[in-house]
Design a protein around this ligand. Structure first.
Ligand SMILES: Nc1ncnc2c1ncn2[C@@H]1O[C@H](COP(=O)(O)OP(=O)(O)O)[C@@H](O)[C@H]1O
Ligand SMILES: [Mg+2]
Length: 254
């Protein structure tokens, strides 16, 4: 065996999936008003994977990613995220776990109106004990990566366009380097170029690291940034396929 061969790292024999769901159910409301949003979701997502989730409105996409992010409790089934089961954790443990490990991009952005773009983005860092000045510097750097200038970094959400607000929401989900990011339609308010900017940043985030992304989208323009695309219908995952590959992206190859 040559020295070169001996130096080649041995790949792990078995990688623990980042997300493992089996038979996950969730019903909103009771009695006649009950809506079964999740009817037995089976889904595995690997570490380092960017999975996109597609399906018609009302099929349960937002419910599912809210369960994955620990924002909503499932009713039944098994679900582990980063080797943790929210069902086994107390509310404070869940909050702490989420604060460190999860980034969430909400469909409606959910920015804090009285805070500047940079202050909004800095909040997950402040929650994790980073000092104010360092947090704002890091927040500014992430926003610059998403095309923001100094004026936009200091602006309040109301003074930003929808697309700019969406980029603030994306920056806030990434700034604390969480192990999992879940996004609800992160490019819906973006033009093609900004959408690609956001997705290539997310792609970089997922690459070769102990990271995982689940992205709900209707936007066929960004499918090529996924590893796999899962289809959801009527509260279940009905199929998963490999995403269309880009010839020009050597980083995508293992
Ligand atoms: N808070 C809620 N209360 C009652 N029903 C809800 C609530 N949130 C979602 N639903 C219902 O659950 C189903 C799945 O919703 P959702 O997960 O938002 O789907 P999607 O994101 O795919 O559009 C829909 O029928 C929706 O109306
Ligand atoms: Mg939704």
């Amino acid at each position: 065996m040559s020295a070169q061969t001996m130096q080649t790292p041995i790949p792990p024999t078995e990688t623990q999936p980042a997300v493992r769901c089996h038979g996950v159910t969730k019903t909103y409301g009771q009695g006649n008003a009950a809506v079964q949003a999740l009817r037995g979701v089976d889904l595995d997502v690997g570490m380092g994977e960017l999975l996109m989730l597609v399906g018609p409105s009302g099929c349960g996409k937002t419910t599912l990613i809210s369960v994955l992010a620990g924002l909503l409790q499932r009713d039944g089934g098994d679900c582990s995220v980063l080797e943790h089961d929210y069902g086994q954790m107390s509310p404070p443990e869940t909050t702490r776990f989420r604060g460190r490990n999860i980034g969430f991009v909400f469909q409606t952005f959910q920015l804090i109106p009285a805070l500047t773009a940079a202050e909004n983005v800095a909040t997950p860092l402040l929650i994790n004990g980073v000092k104010w000045r360092a947090a704002l510097e890091r927040a500014g750097a992430v926003l610059r990566n998403l095309g923001f200038d100094d004026r936009m970094i200091q602006a309040l959400p109301a003074d930003l366009s929808g697309g700019q607000q969406q980029r603030v929401a994306v920056a806030r989900a990434m700034v604390h380097d969480p192990r999992m990011i879940v996004c609800d339609e992160p490019t819906s308010a973006l033009d093609s170029e900004s959408g690609r900017m956001v997705m290539s940043l997310m792609r970089q985030f997922a690459l070769g690291k102990d990271r995982v992304l689940v992205v709900v989208t209707h936007d066929a323009r960004i499918f090529e940034f996924a590893d796999r695309i899962a289809r959801m219908e009527d509260g279940r995952i009905t199929g998963i396929e490999d995403a269309p590959r880009r010839e020009s992206d050597p980083q995508r190859d293992p």
